[in-house]
Design a protein around this ligand. Structure first.
Ligand SMILES: [Zn+2]
Length: 327
């Protein structure tokens, strides 16, 4: 099995990267998370790098068009890949996780510029079942000077006075959280944060997009709604049956609530340790037109054979127009 996968990986690299190589790059899928008016609300670098300002987003939309890039939807990308348009320069904008600011801040910019984009929705977010624990953890670590974290098994003490201590504690508590059985995670997290006066509901109100907002996006005619499972768990850590359910139930929920076909999917986290051959084969078997990862890379003609594993370029404030457009 291991050897077969090595050959598959080699085949992917040859067809998408060597033939044709970097010289004949024709497209890219950009990955965004948060859009904010001003930077600076969140302190941990892991969170800060998820943010772009409205100005930066608009600058990229306008600038990429000026550089000859056509802004297209994921359906448009399928046409390009099937149509053998090697010379076309195109860009697809995607936003992960259904943050409220995708609706409040990104959507008006795309409307103003008549440009399409995609939002990938873990359905627990509009269902108000999602715990934005990494934002809660940021506040927990940066608002306190020492912490006692109680899990079902242990208690852990952290001094969090200096920046270094805060970063260390963030990482250590993140690891603790990731080791909690998903079936108990909600209750454990609620307990862990409530001790320090942090309420998951408040974060939910501030960060989650609602079904009504998603409905408005999906009926606008220029927003694609993509699947992103139900709970945004790491699929590679689940049994095949559980992973299949996470994907299918998320898709069904979106289709029911929004009355749209959900033909596109993005793997939660999307890294090699969260989506690999088992997940690619699974998503492909479910009939999606495209599936995106968070592995970095440009889209080349060779990706027409690999629509279940399209790479994306993560965009944050460090990502310049020149860097993206390769000039
Ligand atoms: Zn995500």
């Amino acid at each position: 099995m291991e050897l077969i996968n090595k050959f598959r990986e080699l085949g992917y690299r040859i067809r998408t990267q060597l033939v044709p190589g970097r010289g004949s790059v024709n497209g890219m899928i950009l990955m965004f998370h948060r859009v904010v008016e001003e930077l600076g609300e969140y302190r941990h670098p892991q969170l800060a790098q998820l943010h772009v300002t409205t100005r930066h987003l608009e600058h990229l939309i306008v600038g990429l068009r000026e550089q000859g890039y056509e802004i297209i939807s994921l359906d448009g990308l399928c046409h390009k890949l099937n149509g053998n348009q090697k010379k076309a320069k195109f860009v697809v904008f995607t936003f992960d996780d259904a943050y409220r600011d995708t609706y409040e801040l990104a959507y008006p910019i795309f409307r103003k510029h008549a440009a399409p984009f995609t939002v990938y929705v873990p359905t627990a977010v509009p269902d108000n079942n999602f715990i934005w624990w990494y934002y809660m953890l940021d506040d927990l670590v940066y608002r306190n000077e020492s912490l006692d974290i109680l899990t079902m098994q242990d208690s852990h003490h952290f001094e969090v006075r200096t920046e270094e201590q805060k970063r260390h504690a963030y990482k250590a508590i993140e690891n603790l959280i990731n080791s909690i059985d998903p079936n108990h995670r909600r209750d454990e997290l609620a307990r862990m944060f409530a001790r320090y006066g942090l309420n998951a509901r408040e974060y939910d109100r501030k960060l989650s997009m609602s079904w009504a907002q998603l409905g408005e996006l999906s009926s606008s005619g220029f927003v694609t709604i993509g699947g992103h499972t139900v709970n945004h768990y790491n699929l590679a850590h689940m049994t095949l049956k559980e992973a299949t359910n996470e994907i299918i139930l998320g898709k069904k929920r979106l289709e029911e609530k929004l009355d749209v076909a959900v033909d596109h999917f993005s793997y939660p986290f999307g890294s090699k340790s969260a989506a690999h051959f088992r997940e690619f084969d699974l998503a492909r078997s479910l009939g999606y037109k495209t599936c995106t990862t968070s592995r970095p890379g440009y889209i080349t003609q060779g990706h027409c054979h690999y629509t279940e594993r399209l790479p994306r370029i993560m965009v944050n404030m460090q990502q310049t127009l020149q860097g993206l457009a390769g000039n």
